[in-house]
Ligand binder design. Structure first.
Ligand SMILES: C[S@@+](CC[C@H](N)C(=O)[O-])C[C@H]1O[C@@H](n2cnc3c(N)ncnc32)[C@H](O)[C@@H]1O
Length: 213
């Protein structure tokens, strides 16, 4: 995993931070709420870490699989929810060809923790795990000198995905150009969700709201 941005806090300590935040009354389940509202059933939590989001989604009745390349993070996930499906694998190379999910989730800045240069391979690999009508959902900090929404949309386009919706936060605050954080949903091109911002006839897919760029 050379080149991957190291996590300063990992495993149980990573989880502890969120638990302390929750105790102060902060809603630490914005990602799970966002996904739940999409009205889908199965979720691949890609870069699941300690299972923070996947475990909450499972509590809310969704089928979840978590994948992460960091054994220490996964050890916490396995300890917290041994009944769930946790996989130690690199998102760049994990064989997902036999898998099919309604939602593939990149929560908690996973996109900017990938090894530089692997982003396109990861997005294309994850796109291959979407079932027709499925959504790739990603939230990450934006950096004019790093990953921008334009670059991310290009990565998605190269992976056969079109932008469906973009928000500024997991609470669905409206997206504004120049914002510091983006939550984006993309669907397989031609799926009838939205294509390049133009609504097509929805073929069983959920349109989650208008794009406000
Ligand atoms: C900031 S943590 C986010 C964890 C979790 N999604 C959350 O929201 O709490 C980023 C995670 O991405 C994982 N990651 C980074 N690159 C990866 C890769 N190529 N394959 C699998 N996991 C990766 C890291 O191991 C880490 O657990």
């Amino acid at each position: 995993m050379a080149g991957r941005r190291p996590l300063v806090v990992r495993g149980d300590d990573y989880d502890q931070r969120f638990q302390e935040l929750a105790q102060t009354g902060v809603d630490v389940h914005g990602e799970a709420s966002f996904v739940k509202v999409l009205g889908r059933r199965s979720v691949l939590d890609a870069g699941c870490g300690t299972g923070r989001v996947a475990i909450e989604l499972a509590h809310r009745g969704m089928e979840v699989v978590g994948i992460d390349a960091d054994a220490a993070m996964l050890a916490t996930a396995r300890r917290r929810a041994p009944e769930l499906d946790w996989r130690l694998a690199d998102l760049t190379t994990a064989d997902l060809s036999a898998e099919s999910f309604d939602v593939v989730l990149l929560a908690g800045n996973v996109m900017i923790f990938l090894a530089p240069g692997t982003e396109a391979a990861v997005v294309a690999n994850l796109a291959s795990a979407l079932r027709p009508g499925g959504l790739l959902v990603a939230g990450f900090q934006l950096d004019e000198r790093g990953l921008t929404v334009e670059i991310y949309d290009d990565l998605c386009r190269a992976g056969g995905l079109s932008l469906v919706q973009r928000y500024a936060t997991w609470d669905r605050e409206p997206w504004r150009v120049g914002g510091g954080y983006a939550v984006s949903t993309h669907a397989l091109a031609g799926d009838g969700v939205l294509v390049d911002g133009e609504p097509e006839r929805a073929q069983g897919a959920v349109i989650v709201g208008p794009i406000s760029a």
